[in-house]
Design a protein around this ligand. Structure first.
Ligand SMILES: [Ca+2]
Length: 161
């Protein structure tokens, strides 16, 4: 068997196995996983209602910031998990008691982004810790903020289309 033939056969094999591969797995990075719930008192436990088992559930934790709410610069952490059943739970380890806010969206097409409508409103199910409906104007941190004490916090988010 010549070297060229070996190279060609492994190429063919690679192509065949590529065809046989199932749909690509969800693009979730190791640093995006949920903390182990209950492992520490200093946690925010988030239950997200309205999840269906397709794509990625994304939950973001924000702190008070001079930067705009929901922008990367004011975000403390982001968790991504495979979307499962309704009432899905994720947990954030937090550095200290204080004021926090949460946002969640169901990234159904798993493109790691919140799809938007023409008017910049979310085109995928979305929730803030304020339980207010999104209205005109960009959401503000204080409208969604809550206090977390030394024993952590349990928060429920309801995804809305
Ligand atoms: Ca998306």
């Amino acid at each position: 068997m010549t070297a060229a033939f070996v190279a060609l056969s492994s190429l063919v094999l690679a192509q065949v196995s590529a065809i046989g591969t199932p749909a690509p797995s969800l693009d979730i990075r190791p640093y995006e996983k949920s903390a182990e719930c209950g492992a520490s008192d200093m946690q925010i436990e988030v239950v997200v209602n309205g999840v269906t088992p397709v794509g990625i559930l994304t939950v973001e934790l924000y702190t008070p910031s001079k930067r705009d709410f929901l922008k990367k610069e004011s975000r403390l952490h982001r968790i991504r998990v495979p979307a499962g059943e309704d009432h899905q739970t994720v947990c954030f380890d937090i550095p200290e008691p204080g004021r926090y806010a949460l946002a969640a969206y169901h990234d159904k097409d798993a493109d790691r982004d919140l799809d938007q409508k023409w008017n910049r409103m979310p085109a995928e199910p979305f929730a803030l810790s304020s339980h207010k409906k999104l209205g005109f104007g960009f959401p503000k941190f204080e409208d969604s903020a809550f206090d977390v004490g030394a024993n952590g916090k349990h928060v429920v988010l309801d995804l809305r289309e």
